[in-house]
Design a protein around this ligand. Structure first.
Ligand SMILES: *Cc1c(COP(=O)(O)O)cnc(C)c1O
Length: 379
């Protein structure tokens, strides 16, 4: 077997994976309609429930073939009753994307845009809900970690307000699930979602939604806004047939099965500890070179650092990227409007030692380019 070169991905997903996960994809050909494959999907679904401590009698995990945005699409389009409104608490690019999805389906959406450089303000949420005296808002949506900035939103506190209003709460946990501990009951999350290439450290192509069965059952009677991406239909088809409605990403699901095994061997808290150590190494390495992070650490979810471009005539993100990439390290552009930023992320099967190796490479690249170290900023 050819040796697989190890690459360190510091982008916000897909993540660096273990060789055992990569190799789990190499399986005998199988028709996914076979019961044997249904068992694999059932095991993956049950494991996903365990990752977020979702009681099996109340929650279901529903699998789809697609990237993370597909899971967002499914949640947005499938859970809004006729004549009701979706409220998106929007403090970043991913919540904005959810609002875009709702608009694409001509749904009645309130896109509550908030400052992108701090967590969602509970007082503002309270005020928006208080204005909805007629209780038109049936669904509230937000993002756990806005991956563009690394900001963590206070979902448990928001959940209290949402439920007091009688609405259901959807949280995009794509960039936190299986990294930062989540407990859907404790955190008041009715629906959350992620994809296989991020926290669980699997391959790209499996999107999943974990949500309350009673609400999924009720959604049977809601408008069907998408043929392929309907939550109730996928849930019901799997329950009845033990299969996905349409062809699943077979090999990716074998990889997810292996990734979840490795997740439970490492353990929820040990994995979170590893990511935290990786992130600490990122913070320290940046500080040592004089780089400025644009979001205060107390606002961060502990998985993504957004860094301002230094004011140096020799700085070029593209050149730094290319030189690091050539040496096995992938860094990533930022996602903040109007600001030159790049990102370093702590997800994936990497450790603080990989980060130490990265900073040795980065230091060499900056020196080669003639960027003054410590880097400097005009103000
Ligand atoms: C990565 C990510 C997604 C999904 O992105 P895809 O490119 O479709 O996989 C959705 N939400 C958040 C918060 C993410 O970080």
């Amino acid at each position: 077997m050819k040796k697989i070169e190890r690459k360190i991905l510091l982008n916000p997903g897909p993540a660096t994976t273990t060789d055992s996960v990569k190799l789990a994809q190499v399986v005998p050909d199988i028709c996914p309609r076979e019961a044997e494959f249904g068992d694999v999907m059932r095991e993956v679904s049950e494991d996903l429930l365990r990752v977020v401590h979702a009681p099996e009698d109340q929650y279901a995990a529903v699998l789809f073939c697609g990237s993370g945005t597909l899971a967002m699409d499914v949640c947005v389009n499938s859970l809004l009753p006729k004549g009701k409104k979706l409220l998106v608490l929007d403090n970043g690019a991913y919540s904005s994307r959810a609002a875009d999805i709702a608009r694409a389906y001509s749904m009645d959406v309130i896109d509550a845009q908030m400052p992108v450089d701090c967590p969602i303000d509970l007082a503002q949420v309270k005020a928006i809900l208080a204005e909805d005296a007629a209780q038109d808002i049936a669904v509230v949506y937000t993002t756990h970690q806005e991956t563009g900035t690394g900001i963590l939103n206070p979902v448990r506190e928001i959940a209290g307000l949402v439920h007091a209003h009688g609405a259901i709460f959807i949280v995009d946990t794509t960039s936190t699930l299986a990294m930062r501990p989540i407990d859907v009951v404790r955190d008041g999350i009715d629906f959350c979602m992620a994809s296989s290439q991020k926290g669980i450290q699997g391959m790209t192509g499996l999107a999943f939604i974990i949500g309350r069965k009673d609400i999924i059952a009720a959604s049977k009677d809601y408008p069907v806004r998408s043929y392929y991406c309907n939550l109730y239909q996928q849930y019901d088809y799997f329950r009845e047939n033990g299969q996905m409605h349409f062809t699943p990403p077979v090999q990716v699901i074998y990889a997810a099965q292996q990734a979840l095994k490795e997740y439970f061997v490492e353990g929820e808290m040990a994995k979170w500890q590893r990511h935290t150590e990786t992130m600490t190494a990122i913070h320290n390495g940046l500080a040592k070179l004089g780089f400025r992070e644009v979001i205060p650490q107390e606002y961060q979810a502990g998985l993504v650092a957004a860094i301002a471009y230094p004011d140096d005539p020799h700085w070029s993100f593209e050149r730094v990227h290319d030189a690091c990439y050539a040496q096995g390290f992938t860094i990533y552009p930022g996602k903040m409007q109007g600001k030159g930023t790049f990102r370093l992320c702590a997800l994936g099967a990497i450790t603080s030692e990989d980060i130490a190796a990265f900073f040795r490479v980065l230091r060499g690249v900056l020196d080669d380019m003639g960027v003054a170290v410590p880097v400097h900023y005009e103000n």
